[in-house]
Design a binder for this molecule. Structure first.
Ligand code: GLN
Length: 482
């Protein structure tokens, strides 16, 4: 019977002759069928992934060099373009739309022999924290079906949590990879802004969006990151230098290294933080201190400004990015004849877009409007600048920043549906990394007395993924508590 632990072991099994890509693919296809109820997938590429698995098995047997992700079964969020496959961003407005090209990240995965098994449910246009704003209905948390899996990449998170694939891709604009990873008890990583090409990623807020990775261990995350990142002529915001290789090659050395870790006091003392999460994180930092790591407590007085700044800037960008869904070029269009073009746009957008997306388009349009631009948009940009300055200072004498990922464990389903502000405020710990562009990861170190898992978040300086992976590896292997 097939079982998966990590990519390196899976590859070893090929050489031992104990498994094949076909066996792995069939195993996951069966599991996906068994777990239909979780609603994690929008579409499963049944016959296509079987064909690909056979092709890869043939390739290997013929002695052709294999790729870094040979036979690795990966699911992708329904906001990442894959040529000739449908893509909808879980929105009615993109119903029946088929990708005309593949995202650079997808091309990179395929070049290294990955198998893409299907695309995953999410919040509409990646806006949300519960995966309840989806035209396909809500995704269930596999550990407790009355709880949400988090969002917006809830389907991608559950696909890994429930063992329906080996790893998956999501997108993270304000925490949409780290927050669902936290709620589901897995690893979720958002790379530095500008490391993974956004070419082929449906835009929500372009100066924040990054493709991120869900998996069950750091080595796999690092390996996938290595494959999907890198220069790309199709995205001018991507760092044009190829980064170093990230694979953790000296585990014992990394585990015994000593790091300087910063804590934001005002974040850990924030009133919204669950007492038990706070206690466990302080216990972790005490242990780290006892083991010779340097813990630096830092005053951070901007904490209450980051969520407002995030929602002003991202809704502003979204209102402009989503203007393209007008019924003329993409997907859904209003059926009846109308006299005026404006009327046609209005009808199409009113019918095709969901409530949360409309709320954000209106908010974004408002903060960009002439009379309010300086009061909201400019102010939020100033906060972003101040955050960048603080971040520079923090990393001038610390290797990493340690934070909670979310103030609570997974929400009850339906709980946030009538209180969008409460939902926004729960992003308090994740949006910082998007405002500053820094790489960040949620590591599933803890279990709450309510039975749900939760993670700790680690952030390093821009483009310092290497340190992020090293410290993550150390934390996962020395300090995981369950
Ligand atoms: N919860 C955040 C939001 O709703 C995160 C979204 C994201 O990262 N895509 O905007």
């Amino acid at each position: 019977m097939f079982s998966f632990n990590n990519i390196a072991q899976y590859h070893q099994q090929f050489f031992d002759g104990t498994t094949t890509c076909l066996e792995a693919t069939n195993y996951y296809l069966t599991k996906i069928e068994e777990c239909r109820k979780l609603n994690a997938f929008v579409e499963v590429y049944f016959s296509e992934s079987i064909e690909r698995a056979k092709y890869l098995d043939e390739k290997r047997k013929n002695g052709i060099a294999i790729g870094k992700l040979h036979g690795v079964v990966i699911a992708i969020k329904d906001v990442i373009c894959y040529k000739d496959h449908s893509i909808t961003a879980a929105s009615g407005i993109l119903k029946n739309f088929v990708s005309l090209y593949s995202a650079t990240a997808i091309k990179n995965l395929l070049e290294e022999d990955a198998i893409i098994i299907g695309n995953c449910n999410c919040d509409e246009f990646a806006m949300g924290s519960t995966n309840e704003n989806s035209v396909y209905g809500r995704v269930l948390n596999a550990l407790d079906e009355n709880k949400v899996p988090g969002g917006s990449s809830g389907g991608s998170a559950v696909a890994v949590q429930a063992g329906l694939c080996m790893a998956s891709l999501g997108s993270d604009t304000g925490g949409s990879v780290r927050q669902p990873a936290d709620f589901c008890g897995i690893t979720g990583m958002k790379p530095s802004y500008g490391t993974v090409s956004r070419n082929g990623l449906i835009a929500y807020a372009s100066s924040f969006d990054q493709i991120g990775i869900f998996s069950n261990n750091i080595n796999d995350t690092a390996k996938i990151f290595e494959v999907i990142s890198g220069p790309d002529i199709h995205d001018s915001t991507v760092n044009q230098e190829k980064q170093k290789t990230f694979f953790v090659s000296h585990p014992e050395k990394i585990k015994s290294k000593k790091y300087r870790i910063a804590l934001l006091k005002n974040a850990l003392e924030h009133k919204s933080l669950d007492k038990e999460i706070k206690k466990d994180i302080y216990e972790l930092t005490d242990k780290l201190k006892n083991d010779g790591h340097e813990i630096k407590e830092i005053d951070f007085n901007l904490i209450d400004f980051i969520v407002p700044a995030y929602y002003v800037l991202t809704t502003a960008e979204a209102s402009s990015n989503l203007a393209r869904y007008d019924g003329v070029r993409y997907g859904y269009r209003h059926k009846n004849t109308v006299d005026h073009l404006t009327e046609f746009y209005k009808k199409t957008r009113s019918e095709g877009l969901g409530k949360e997306v409309k709320r954000r388009i209106m908010l974004g349009t408002f903060v960009l409007s002439e009379g309010y631009y300086d009061a909201y948009f400019t102010k939020a940009q100033q906060i972003r600048r101040l955050l960048l300055d603080q971040t520079k200072k923090i990393f001038s004498n610390a290797d990493a920043l340690l934070l909670p990922t979310v103030p609570s464990t997974a929400f009850e389903a339906g709980m946030m549906q009538h209180d969008p502000v409460a939902m926004y405020l729960a992003d308090i710990y994740t949006v910082y990394a998007n405002l500053t562009g820094t790489p960040a990861i949620s590591l599933p170190l803890f279990k709450h007395s309510n039975g749900m898992p939760f993670g700790v978040q680690l952030i390093t300086n821009n483009f310092n993924e290497l340190t992020l992976f090293e410290i993550s590896y150390m934390l996962m292997n020395v300090y995981k508590t369950y």
